[in-house]
Design a protein around this ligand. Structure first.
Ligand SMILES: Nc1ncnc2c1ncn2[C@@H]1O[C@H](COP(=O)(O)OP(=O)(O)OP(=O)(O)O)[C@@H](O)[C@H]1O
Ligand SMILES: [Mg+2]
Length: 599
């Protein structure tokens, strides 16, 4: 498909788009498997479900087309076909854009698709939300993006809440109608010529719904945009704003035309409609009495593109920004989100300082000669540090949904997201490590030397980064929070078991030894021991006394544990390998997910 893809720059004269479908049918196979996106099993053909049946339709520029029908009729599915979210290669029949077969990856960049669910960052303000979206999708730098955002705020009637946070969950933010308009705005920043929306008015009162549809109507008329939306029970005044109505019943097109023609059809089918009755609602009530339309539109019979129309060729698609700019914008947005997430930032800072002081006071008196207690301290220390990172799981999962949406429309590269996410956590976790280590190290009375302290700090920092990368990796893999938290906790538990603390390395059965090598506890645990009982100071330290004499020195202890000085650097290196490895794995999984969501 080579319809022109314009620069999204504002003020440019835009191409107008007409989208047509010819005999489109869509069949799905049920997937019960949670990991269905990884495993593609052959399914019994009798379990297949037909959602769309021979649908012919046409949506034109300058018009609002509403798709209506009972619940489960296939409205969202048809909208997804028209938006290219369900690519043409997965439906039978033809999907044409300006009489040429649709190329979904290209089409999704010139169009905007607003899902029924508002996928927004609750802690960003309305203006910030639109500005980040604009910066990621528009050429011309931040000034151009700012100008576009001001224009959008005015157009969407959001100027009065520009500085307010979106809100969600326990944070009360802007109203539902305002949130819907922000969602629409996010998909309007690049000034698309086609806008497709799934139930833009659901959850809104009649006044707010009318406001949204009126705004869309003026956009369609003034900018010749092609607007398609699905709707449930629109009021009288909203109904009048629609140019075309498509009525679906069980995946079949029952009516496609104006409201007047629907009224006419109902009357000719023998129905009497009183003036107080909403024609659309009435038609849905009596939908089984309407004979499906066999309307076709003058289509130039398109050549079916070869199978290759399913193969995504991202290489020739241009991103608005360079990878470096993308990383800068995404890091900034992520940093804002973290610093404003009280559960993560403030709680983590408090938790680190408080637990650091508490642990320090609990273990304060062990000092020397109580080796087992000191080793117990290292083990507990690690348990706390590794488990505390699972708090980031819901944040990663929330981000993932937005990431999938944004990368599927070509806003930025998945790799930029992964790098930005890692970069933001590096300084943040250093602050956490410093706040935790400072009281703990000195109160517990570990080796009182600056080099010992700084190495302890380095180990703690790497432990935090390692567990954070581990959580990032599993948040990319798992389907939801419940499974995510079970997998993370289960694996952490087994890492602890195989760390060498409960059962020494030599006693672990051979077929389980791989778990010892994979254990996130093992490497930092050994580092803690080497930092405390190794080096020129630790080596000669008496760690266990008997009858006034020294029974075990630091050196003896390390020998017994089979630990050599050089292992400290090897272990630190292994921790780095885990950090990079888990991050890389998470990048691979996210890239695959993003690829699948585009297909
Ligand atoms: N991927 C899928 N796998 C299995 N069934 C599906 C899939 N997508 C849609 N369906 C089914 O197809 C039917 C139509 O779904 P669709 O979401 O398009 O309906 P809808 O008209 O938008 O309904 P609503 O008004 O409730 O939003 C539903 O019965 C739905 O369960
Ligand atoms: Mg729907």
């Amino acid at each position: 498909m080579d319809f022109s893809v314009e620069s999204p720059d504002v003020g440019h004269r835009k191409t107008q788009y007409t989208i047509k479908t010819k005999n489109v049918s869509y069949v799905v196979s049920p997937t019960s498997c949670k990991f269905g996106w990884i495993f593609q099993k052959k399914v019994n053909p009798t379990l297949k479900k037909q959602i769309l049946r021979d649908v012919n339709c046409e949506v034109k520029p300058g018009e609002i087309t509403a798709i209506a029908g009972p619940s489960g009729a296939g409205k969202t599915t048809l909208l997804e076909v028209l938006a290219g979210v369900i690519p043409p290669c997965r439906v039978s029949g033809h999907v044409l854009v300006n009489d040429r077969p649709m190329t979904p990856t290209v089409f999704r960049r010139v169009s905007g698709y607003v899902t029924q669910e508002d996928l927004l960052f609750p802690l960003l303000t309305v203006e910030e939300t639109l500005l980040y979206s604009a910066r990621l999708r528009l050429h011309g730098g931040i000034d151009n993006s700012k100008a576009r955002v001001q224009e959008l705020l005015a157009e969407l009637g959001l100027c009065h809440v520009a500085g307010e946070r979106i809100g969600g969950g326990s944070h009360r933010g802007i109203s539902g109608g305002e949130k819907r308009r922000v969602s629409i705005g996010v998909d309007l920043v690049h000034n698309p010529s086609v806008l497709l929306m799934d139930e833009p008015t659901s959850g809104l009162d009649s006044g707010a719904a009318l406001q949204v549809i009126s705004m869309l109507k003026s956009m369609a008329e003034n900018h010749q945009k092609t607007i398609v939306l699905t709707i449930h029970q629109p009021g009288f005044r909203i109904l009048e704003l629609f140019d075309q109505i498509m009525l679906l019943a069980d995946g079949t097109m029952v009516h496609h035309g104006s409201l007047d023609s629907l009224d006419h059809r109902l009357k000719s089918a023998g129905h009497h409609i009183s003036r107080q009755v909403n024609v659309l609602e009435f038609s849905i009530d009596v939908i089984e009495t309407l004979i499906p339309e066999s309307k076709t539109f003058d289509l130039i019979e398109p050549k079916r593109e070869p199978e290759s129309d399913c193969i995504i060729q991202d290489c020739h698609l241009q991103y608005a920004n360079s990878p470096f700019t993308e990383i800068t914008i995404l890091s900034e947005r992520f940093a804002y989100n973290i610093f404003r997430t009280k559960q993560l930032f403030v709680a983590k800072i408090f938790q680190a300082s408080l637990v650091g002081i508490l642990l320090g006071t609990i273990f304060q008196n062990i000092k020397q000669f109580q080796m087992q207690t000191q080793i117990g301290f290292f083990a507990f220390n690690l348990t706390f540090l590794l488990y505390s990172s699972s708090e980031a799981l819901p944040i990663f999962l929330q981000e993932r949904r937005i990431l999938m949406r944004e990368t599927s429309i070509g806003a930025y590269r998945v790799s930029s997201y992964s790098i930005a996410n890692t970069l933001v956590f590096i300084p943040f976790l250093f602050i956490v490590a410093l706040l935790y280590t400072t009281p703990t190290y000195w109160l517990v009375g570990l080796r009182a030397k600056l080099d010992g302290f700084s190495q302890f700090l380095l180990i703690v920092w790497l432990v935090l980064l390692m567990s954070n990368s581990f959580v990032a990796c599993f948040s990319a893999l798992v389907p939801n929070f419940m499974i995510g938290i079970s997998v993370v906790a289960g694996l952490m538990g087994s890492f602890f078991l195989f760390s060498g603390y409960f059962i020494s390395k030599n006693d672990i059965p051979k077929y389980w030894i791989f778990m010892h090598h994979l254990s996130l506890f093992r490497y930092p645990f050994e580092c803690f021991l080497l930092n405390e009982f190794g080096g020129s100071q630790g080596r000669w330290r008496c760690v266990e006394r008997f009858d006034g004499g020294c029974l075990v020195s630091g050196e003896d202890f390390l020998k017994k544990e089979n630990l050599k000085e050089v292992q400290k650097w090897y272990n630190l290196g292994m921790m780095l390998v885990f950090i990079i490895g888990y991050r890389f794995l998470s990048l691979l999984v996210l890239s695959y997910r993003s690829y699948r969501s585009r297909n």
